[in-house]
Design a binder for this molecule. Structure first.
Ligand code: AMP
Ligand code: GLY
Length: 422
C-alpha cells in the first residue's frame, strides 16, 4: 500500500515510525514532514491545507491511502474534498468528514452532541455577541473559577480559566468582540471540573470501534504542572489510576453513546476520536473531543500498539474495523519533550542539535527539527520527544531522562517530573 501522511509534528514522526514497520507499507510519503519522518519515507513540501496540492501528490505518487495527522485540514473539509472528486474517490481516507470534525472544530457543536447523547460533561451555556449582556449576567451567578472556550479552532489558545468574575466578564466581551476572530464569535461558558485528566483514543469506522492504549499528557511548562500551557511537555501510557472499572464507565457512558451519536447524526466518521477526559471522584466526564491523535500522547501510545498500524488505518478508512484486533504491549511508556528556551513564549530557531548518536534504549521522535546539509537544527518550540519503555512509568521516565540529558542544543529545557501526580 502506498501511503500519504499529512502533518509535521512529533505525532507524525510516531505515525511514520509505526506505519513503516508494516509489511503492507510499500511506500510512505509525508507532507510536509520533518527531519524525523524522512527516516521512514519521503517528505513532500506540501501544506496539508492546500487540497489541490495534496490531490496532485496523490495522483503523482499513486497513493492508495491518505492519513490526516492534524485537525485543521479535517475541519476545513479535506475528507469531503476527496469524496467529491472523481479522481480521488478510490483513495482510502483516514479522517472524518467536515461534519464529523466539528466534534473538535466547534465546542458548541460538541456540547450539543454530548447533551443529545446524554454523555457526562461539564454543564454549560453558549453565547454570541448579541447575547453579551446575558453572558455577563450568567457569569455573575456562577461560582469561580470560570471556564471560557472559543467555539472554533484557536491554535490551542481558545480556552481560558479565570479566577475573578470581573476578568471573566472582560474576557467574554473581548472574545465575543473578536479576540480570536471568527473562532470566538460564539463562546462556551462551562462549569469548572476538578479532577485528574487522561486521554482515550478510539479508532472508528462509524460502525465499530477499537480503543487504543490510554495516555496522560502534561501541558504546563513548569514542574508540578505550573506556569503557562504548552503544546505538551510529556506523556505516559498507561496512567495507573485509569483502572478497569474506570475504563468500563468510559466505554459504557462515553464511547458507546459517542459512536451511536455519529450514526444517528450521520456524521460520516472514519478516523480517530480523541476523548479528553477528567476523572471527578472516580466518575469520567468529557473535557473535549478531538478528531485526531494527540500530541505528545501518540509518542507514548503507538510504541505500545502491537497491531499493524497500516492495517488498522486501512480497515478504519474502508469500514472494515470489526476484523481488526488491538494488541497492546503491557510495558509502560513515558515520553519527555525537549523544548526551545523561552517556549511557549518567544524562542529562537536554528540551534544545532547534537548528541542524538549517544541515545540508547530510547526512541527519539522529531517535532520542530529540520536537517540542513546533514546537520539537525531546531525549527520550533517543541523540538524532540524522548520515549522509553519500562516495567512501570517511573522506570520508563528514568530512561527517557537519562537519554534526554545526552542531547544538546542551546537553551534546551524539559520537565523532569512527567507522571508526578500518578
Ligand atoms: P481544551 O482546549 O478543551 O483541551 O482545554 C484546555 C485545558 O483546559 C484542558 O486540558 C483542561 O485542563 C482545561 N479545561 C477545559 N475545560 C475544563 C473544565 N470544564 N474544567 C476544568 N478544566 C478544564
Ligand atoms: N495533547 C493534547 C492534544 O493533542 O490536543
Amino acid at each position: 500500500m502506498r501511503i500519504l501522511l499529512l502533518g509535521s509534528g512529533g505525532r507524525e514522526h510516531a505515525f511514520a515510525w509505526k506505519l513503516s514497520q508494516s509489511p503492507a507499507c510499500e511506500a510512505l510519503y509525508i507532507a510536509p514532514g520533518n527531519a524525523g519522518t524522512q527516516q521512514h519515507g519521503t517528505n513532500l513540501a506540501i501544506n496539508p491545507n492546500d487540497f489541490p496540492a495534496v490531490k496532485a501528490a496523490v495522483l503523482e505518487y499513486g497513493v492508495d491511502m491518505v492519513i490526516c495527522g492534524p485537525e485543521e485540514p479535517l475541519v476545513l473539509g479535506i475528507q469531503d474534498y476527496f469524496a467529491a472528486d472523481a479522481m480521488l474517490k478510490q483513495v482510502l481516507f483516514m479522517g472524518p468528514s467536515q461534519a464529523g470534525a466539528q466534534l473538535e472544530g466547534s465546542k458548541a457543536f460538541a456540547k450539543a452532541f454530548m447533551d443529545d447523547q446524554d454523555i457526562p460533561t461539564a454543564a454549560y451555556r453558549e453565547f454570541t455577541v448579541d447575547q453579551l449582556e446575558d453572558g455577563l449576567e450568567y457569569l455573575e451567578d456562577q461560582p469561580a473559577p470560570y471556564v471560557l472556550k472559543a467555539d472554533g479552532l484557536a491554535a490551542g489558545k481558545g480556552v481560558l480559566i479565570l479566577d475573578s468574575v470581573i476578568e471573566a466578564q472582560e474576557e467574554l466581551r473581548a472574545m465575543l468582540e473578536g479576540k480570536f476572530g471568527e473562532a470566538s464569535e460564539t463562546v462556551v461558558v462551562e462549569e469548572f471540573l476538578t479532577g485528574i485528566e487522561f486521554s482515550v483514543f478510539v479508532f472508528t469506522d462509524g460502525k465499530d470501534y477499537k480503543v487504543l492504549p490510554v495516555a496522560k499528557d502534561y501541558k504546563r511548562i513548569g514542574a508540578g504542572d505550573t506556569g503557562l500551557n504548552t503544546g505538551g511537555m510529556g506523556s505516559v501510557s498507561h496512567p495507573p489510576f485509569v483502572d478497569e472499572a474506570m475504563m468500563k464507565k468510559v466505554e459504557e457512558r462515553i464511547i458507546k453513546p459517542t459512536i451511536e451519536g455519529l450514526q444517528v447524526q450521520q456524521l460520516g466518521y472514519r478516523g480517530v476520536i480523541f476523548i479528553g477526559l477528567i476523572s471527578v471522584e472516580d466518575e469520567p466526564f468529557v473535557i473535549e473531543y478531538n478528531c485526531r491523535m494527540g500530541d505528545p500522547e501518540t509518542q507514548s501510545v503507538f510504541p505500545r500498539l502491537k497491531t499493524d498500524l497500516v492495517e488498522l488505518c486501512r480497515a478504519t478508512a474502508a469500514g472494515e474495523l470489526a476484523k481488526v484486533e488491538i494488541e497492546i504491549d503491557e510495558r509502560a511508556v513515558a515520553s519527555v519533550i525537549l523544548v526551545a528556551g523561552g517556549y511557549p513564549g518567544s524562542y529562537e530557531k536554528g540551534k544545532v542539535i547534537t548528541g542524538l548518536e549517544n541515545v540508547s534504549g530510547s526512541l527519539v521522535f522529531h517535532a520542530g527539527v529540520r536537517e540542513v546539509e546533514g546537520q539537525l537544527l531546531t525549527n520550533g518550540g517543541r523540538v524532540l520527544a524522548v520515549t522509553s519503555y519500562g516495567d512501570n512509568f517511573q522506570d520508563a521516565l528514568d530512561t527517557s531522562l537519562a537519554n534526554a540529558a545526552k542531547i544538546h542544543f542551546d537553551g534546551v529545557y524539559y520537565r523532569k517530573d512527567i507522571g508526578f501526580d500518578l
